[in-house]
Design a protein around this ligand. Structure first.
Ligand code: MG
Length: 371
């Protein structure tokens, strides 16, 4: 009998996510589903016990139990050790693999290797050499920089079920950060094998942001050029005898930027969000609308990192104003001017733009995950 106990009973507070870290979704499924599937793929594992937080137990059951009848979801405890103990209480013989729910990148190769080695040596702990130099601090001074022989321990950690149960009995409720610690303390040293660099435990917010793709979106806008209106591009007023006509200030650069960001994250365009039939948007400064769009984009877990524009205008010559526009747009996007690029083109006298009756802008915007 081979059992896997997968610990997902903690709150995952260090991740500072809005959801429990094991329920974080990337590439179409949750962290815990991905982890459990790795163990399901190892056919010699007969039973998988997942420890879940008490308040989320039904959610965990709902996403995990349909995967296989081998899976049982139980309540975790106050500590990781207590959660493992709850799982151990349900089994009695053979070998048990104990694995962190937040290590979804473990390979089936490593799982198989750990089982095989544990059958020979009684235990198996995957671990890696410490790469960073370590220091021991006492009274604000570093006293030692030895790292020789030190390892960082990973999971799955494999034990004979009867012996790890005995170790837990002897630990008598005392909390340890992993099972190797308990086993080593009360039974014997554990056998070591090399783990995998990719078998990373997802812990902090950047670990999760790195799992999500960068996104990009494009936007386009055109407005009629008429007398008696201010010409505003990128929130900068440009001296000219004509300005752009529209319900708002008709800043076609900001409009193209907003649509680029909204399409990148799959939201409706500005025509839907700020309809020109709504009196409250009459002559509104488009940078106010941009701030609202940034809030919506942030709610989708993204922030803009760079944007490039092409402004299509016969007149006026915009070169003297491009640096001001870049700086203003960068400030609005909370980035730096080097992340904003703008090219300008005339229409060689062709069409409405060539006839100085309109100005158009297109925009390509890149966004990165921001949880
Ligand atoms: Mg527009």
């Amino acid at each position: 009998m081979i059992t896997a106990i997968i610990t997902a009973g903690g709150t995952g507070d260090r991740s500072q996510l809005k959801v429990n870290k094991n329920l974080f979704v990337f590439d179409g499924s949750t962290v815990i589903q991905k982890t459990v599937k790795k163990f399901l793929a190892v056919k010699k594992i007969n039973k998988i016990i997942v420890t879940a937080p008490e308040n989320l137990i039904e959610t965990f059951k709902g996403i995990l139990c349909p995967l296989s009848t081998k899976i049982t979801v139980i309540c975790g405890g106050e500590t990781r050790s207590q959660s493992v103990k709850n799982g151990l209480d349900l089994i009695s013989d053979g070998f048990v693999l104990i694995h962190d729910g937040a290590r979804p990148f473990v390979s089936t190769k490593l799982i198989n290797k750990c089982i095989t080695l544990a059958k020979t040596h009684g235990t198996c702990i995957p671990s890696l050499p410490v790469l960073e130099t370590l220091g021991e601090v006492k009274w604000e001074y570093i006293h030692s920089t030895m790292r020789t022989g030190l390892l960082t321990l990973q999971t799955p950690q494999v034990f004979r079920t009867d012996l790890i149960k005995k170790a837990y009995e002897l630990a008598n409720g005392e909390s340890y950060t992993d099972d190797c610690g308990i086993y080593t303390q009360f039974i014997a040293p554990c056998y070591h094998t090399y783990g995998e660099q990719t078998n990373k435990k997802l812990t902090y917010k950047p670990d999760f942001e790195a799992l999500l793709p960068q996104k990009s979106g494009i936007g386009f806008d055109i407005h009629r050029l008429v007398e008696g209106r201010k010409l505003v591009l990128g929130g900068v007023t440009i001296p000219h005898n004509k300005g752009l006509l529209g319900h708002s200030d008709a800043d076609c650069l900001i409009h193209a930027l907003m649509d680029a960001m909204l399409t990148a994250v799959g939201l409706n365009d500005i025509g839907h969000l700020f309809p020109d039939t709504d009196i409250k948007y009459k002559d509104i400064d488009s940078t106010i609308l941009l701030k609202k769009v940034l809030v919506l984009v942030k709610k989708q877990g993204y922030k803009p990192v760079s944007a490039c524009f092409t402004i299509m205008a016969e007149k006026p010559k915009l070169t003297p104003y491009l640096q001001d526009i870049k700086e203003n747009v960068a400030k609005l996007l909370k980035t730096t001017p080097d992340k904003i690029s703008i090219s300008c083109t005339t229409f060689e006298g062709l069409g409405d733009i060539g006839a100085e009756q309109a100005i158009a802008t297109n925009c390509l915007c890149y966004l990165s995950p921001c949880l």
